[in-house]
Design a protein around this ligand. Structure first.
Ligand code: C2E
Ligand code: MG
Ligand code: MG
Ligand code: MG
Length: 280
């Protein structure tokens, strides 16, 4: 009797697993269709501000998927799937083209896009990026690529070369979610990036924990010593903003200043004097 109930339990478990596998396969096919048909994927943009002047100096593109039945999905719901199923290059290049077209037609100085480590390591990555910029007519200095510390961990000659090639062409590279990975000062020196983005888990605890305050201060000083720019992400309160400004953080991004918005809305935001201009 114990045997049969054990077996029944096993079959129930296997059935659930089967269902999860099938759901993931369905999502994969739907994502492939969305990419091929150019249907359902879209970008929102979160503005980035210069702390000293409060000016909007750039923006970060963030992908969304309006799924036919599941509604609007955040990137966490499908980026890892795209990485596993060989769709991330296509997805990443779609994001690049769309963001490049948008910023080229806008008054914004630059756009940042997130690049998956899987996409970054692709042999054709640099060539594909430069080709798209050329086709769109966006100068490389108007593009920033956000990568994560994990990419720098394997001491890879290919990753080093890719970074050098990108930066030599005028594209800037930012290290996203900085402080959550394991990159050391020596990695930063070996690889060379243009900007550190302080992870929002630190920013959210600013002013509440002396240790966190010290860490954020150190990151800002490290960036200055190594001639990198620094952005604080996830700025949600006025107190955090004041503190970041007093620590000399160059750039601010977060819900306090603006949530990610549609491209139409960002264009409105980036033209605060649009009505005044029309009058004059
Ligand atoms: P990320 O690049 O670190 O982007 C910042 C995330 O924090 C975004 O979430 C943004 O909406 C959110 N955020 C911004 N300000 C605040 C704030 O003040 N408070 C809080 N709590 N959150 C804030 P989102 O859009 O869900 O993106 C999550 C992650 O997905 C991104 O983290 C990025 O790693 C990845 N991602 C987004 N778009 C792409 C893409 O096109 N390609 C790839 N490969 N990854 C992407
Ligand atoms: Mg990012
Ligand atoms: Mg981040
Ligand atoms: Mg992230």
């Amino acid at each position: 009797e114990a045997k049969t109930s054990g077996r029944a339990r096993y079959e129930l478990y296997a059935g659930e697993l089967d269902q999860a596998v099938q759901q993931r396969r369905a999502l994969e096919n739907e994502l492939r269709h969305a990419l091929n048909a150019n249907e359902g994927l879209e970008l929102v943009y979160q503005p980035i501000f210069e702390a000293r002047t409060g000016a909007m100096i750039g923006c970060e593109a963030l992908v969304r998927w309006n799924h036919p039945t599941r509604g609007r999905l955040p990137p966490d719901a499908f980026i890892s799937l795209a990485e596993e199923r060989g769709l991330i290059n296509q997805l990443g290049l779609w994001v690049l083209r769309r963001a490049a077209e948008y910023v080229r037609a806008s008054d914004l100085p630059w756009v940042a896009i997130n690049v998956s480590p899987v996409q970054f390591r692709d042999q054709d990555f640099v060539a594909s990026v430069l080709k798209i910029l050329d086709e769109v007519g966006l100068p490389p200095r108007r593009l920033e690529l956000e990568i994560t510390e994990g990419l720098l961990l394997q001491n890879s000659e290919h990753v080093q070369q890719t970074l050098r090639h990108l930066r030599a062409s005028g594209i800037r590279v930012a290290l996203d979610d900085f402080g959550t990975g394991y990159s050391s000062i020596s990695y930063l020196r070996t690889y060379g990036v243009d900007k550190l983005k302080i992870d929002k888990s630190f920013v959210s605890q600013l002013g509440q924990d002396d240790e966190i305050d010290g860490i954020v201060k150190s990151i800002i000083e490290l960036a200055r010593a190594m001639r990198m720019k620094v952005t604080a992400e996830g700025v949600e309160t006025q107190a955090q903003r004041v503190m970041l400004e007093s620590l000399g953080c160059g750039e601010l991004q977060g819900y306090l200043l603006s949530r990610p918005v549609t491209p139409e809305r960002l264009t409105e935001l980036s033209l605060p004097r649009a009505s005044a201009r029309k009058v004059s």
